[in-house]
Design a protein around this ligand. Structure first.
Ligand SMILES: [Zn+2]
Length: 627
């Protein structure tokens, strides 16, 4: 029986074969080799560079490159944020994410060992060279808007490299910073005044137009608490100077599409920590890079394909699906191609919906969010026009499928199983032809199949097949060679592979799905094994240094899916009843007081702190847990 130290040394030796040492000069050689390997097989464009004593790695994987080319959203809105603590050397990871109907899609990543602005700027410049040339940001110089939170020091770097982009702040983070400032005892704001100041500032932030914004700001500066304290009035003066960055009034006609906070990127980081890293820190820079390029990529691919195939919670996407409104068809009239006028039956006022650009003249639709007028137009009109709205549609699924796989799906892939006259789905093909799943759909598919085949000559088809066969033979010969050279390791592996094939690939469909997934997933066996481990030792996850979870985050999580797997990290989630939630407090449905209710999502901490007039906590950790 070997001792633990022998086992750990053996492990370190084996690990170093793939990832190199965890620090020192040699670790860079390993990273460089890994990046070269990725560049040569086309999985990722990358740059490793140095600024003074700091270094950075800029990454643009093939999925990110396809997102640049295919998603018009990348030309509109990109969110940038940083996270740390993903590996043992505590590198900083910056992600660039664009929101789509299927959630945030990453379009670039930077890993750096320092927070210095010049390191980020140089890394960003290097990242731009990794993007697909001419096609980056959907063929634009940059996105129209960058949305970040106010803690991010790298905003200046972004602004310098993208001078024509607008830099906006996450509204939630602005409100959080204001409450933290008001509660700081150094600023001497009386406990009795805090809530009033905060609420007045909040009304300034959410004012819908400039006159309202100005009058509410006058109201704020007129508060006696502000007049008494010069420190407080100068703080709000300073905030007022940057009002273009946070006020809702200045966000009309910008394609924010409902994203006023950086929630998409917060989710992206949580996915990375929870699902990709399983809350275990990477050992070294090399492994961190490897995980982002391979595992995160595989996760995103699977996630996007799930969305394309309709595997998503409808409740989660209800803001992105056109819902029937009480607007009769007679109220909608076509002005010109893609431009509709909608008369609201309740107020009688007329709104103009630009379906192509994805805007409406009403208050909600002014920043590109799907409003009820646009919903009505989308439902009534024949959706032949590509709309910029972030909606769940055949068009969105088609482009996200291409982003995920790099291939076009079969023509009738997204058609519903049952076809009827009123749910005809028109799927526009890249060459401009249209396919509808009516009774002649099948013929149309076959003929267009032929059409595609006619484009490639028979000769090139056979050579491609020959090449494929020779690659397969090469694979088989590698196994044979391995068996001859090191039978001790290859024999049990082949034995396992053959018994897996007998077990899972006995039918044709089984064989095909095994061929599609070979080597890609860790397999059912290991999942079952892991579950068994989990149930036998309650609370056991993986060994290794854990990535921290914010103490109150687990309690606030909404579980849209039920399952046996327990989340054991963080503070245990308490039962939050409806009458404790301030949002629901006004509704007393019975004369006997409030009915015991279902479990609700825990109220947001910032909101709870404001209502109970308490600070966000003294330590940095407590402040972070508000996010
Ligand atoms: Zn509208």
């Amino acid at each position: 029986m070997p001792t633990i130290s022998i086992a750990s040394k053996l492990f370190a030796k084996e690990f170093a074969k793939d990832y190199g040492p965890s620090s020192g000069l040699e670790s860079f050689v390993a990273v460089e080799q890994l990046l070269q390997q990725y560049t040569s097989n086309g999985t990722c464009m990358s740059k490793l560079g140095q600024v003074g004593s700091s270094y950075y790695v800029s990454l643009c994987t093939s999925l990110m490159a396809r997102a640049h080319e295919l998603l018009p959203q990348t030309a509109e809105l990109v969110m940038v944020d940083a996270a740390g603590g993903l590996d043992r050397q505590r590198h900083r990871l910056y992600l660039l994410v664009t929101p789509t109907a299927a959630g945030g899609v990453p379009i670039g990543a930077i890993i750096a060992d320092s927070e210095k602005e010049e390191v980020f700027s140089t890394a960003l410049e290097a990242l731009i060279t990794c993007f697909p040339q001419q096609k980056a940001f959907f063929g634009h110089q940059g996105p129209q808007i960058f949305l970040t939170d106010n803690d991010l020091k790298e905003r200046q770097g972004l602004q310098r490299l993208f001078p024509s982009s607008k830099m906006l702040l996450c509204q939630f983070h602005v409100l959080k910073a204001v409450w933290a400032w008001l509660c700081d005892p150094k600023h001497g704001i009386s406990k009795d005044d805090r809530q009033e100041i905060y609420m007045t500032f909040k009304s300034v932030l959410y004012a819908v137009d400039e006159p309202k914004l100005n009058s509410r700001y006058d109201q704020l500066t007129g508060l006696t608490a502000l007049e008494d304290s010069t420190q407080c009035s100068s703080y709000f003066d300073k905030l007022w100077c940057s009002r273009w960055d946070w006020a809702t009034a200045f966000r009309t006609s910008l394609p924010l599409r409902g994203s006023n906070t950086t929630n998409y990127i917060e989710v992206a980081f949580r996915i990375l920590k929870d699902c990709v890293f399983d809350r275990v820190m990477a050992f070294s820079l090399c492994q961190l890079v490897d995980f982002i390029v391979t595992r995160y990529e595989a996760y995103m691919e699977k996630r996007l394909l799930d969305f394309c195939n309709g595997r998503y919670g409808k409740a989660l996407l209800r803001n992105m699906m056109p819902a029937p409104a009480d607007i009769p068809d007679s109220c909608i009239s076509l002005i010109e191609s893609g431009l509709y006028s909608v008369i609201s039956p309740t107020s009688g006022s007329t709104y103009t919906v630009d379906l192509q650009k994805g805007f409406c003249t009403c208050y909600i639709g002014a920043s590109g969010k799907l409003c009820k007028h646009a919903s009505a137009v989308l439902l009534q009109a024949d959706i032949e026009i590509t709309s910029r709205y972030n909606i769940v549609s055949a068009d969105a699924k088609l482009s996200l499928f291409k982003v995920a796989t790099g291939q076009s799906p079969p023509k009738d892939w997204f058609a519903p199983l049952t076809a009827s006259a009123d749910n005809l789905v028109h799927i526009r093909m890249p060459d401009g032809t249209e396919n509808s799943n009516d009774s002649t759909g099948r013929d149309a598919c076959e003929s267009s199949d032929n059409h595609v085949n006619a484009g490639t000559s028979a000769d090139s088809h056979t050579t491609a097949l020959e090449e494929l066969l020779s690659r397969f033979e090469n694979f088989v010969s590698r196994i044979k060679q391995g068996l001859l050279e090191s039978p001790a390791t290859f024999t049990p592996a082949l034995d396992q592979m053959m018994s897996n094939i007998d077990k899972f690939a006995s039918t044709e469909t089984g064989l095909l799905s095994a061929m599609h997934t070979v080597g890609k997933y860790s397999g059912l066996e290991s999942v079952v094994h892991q579950r068994r481990l989990n149930s036998s030792t309650a609370g056991f996850r993986r060994r290794g240094i854990q990535i921290g979870v914010q103490p109150t985050a687990v309690g606030r999580r909404r579980h849209t899916l039920t399952g046996k797997r327990k989340l054991t990290a963080g503070r245990p989630c308490g039962t939050v009843l409806a009458h404790q939630s301030t949002a629901l407090q006004t509704h007393d449905y019975t004369t006997f007081g409030t009915m015991p209710s279902h479990k609700r999502k825990a109220p947001h901490n910032l909101q709870r702190c404001v209502y109970s007039n308490i600070g966000l906590g003294g330590t940095k950790h407590a402040k972070l847990s508000i996010v």
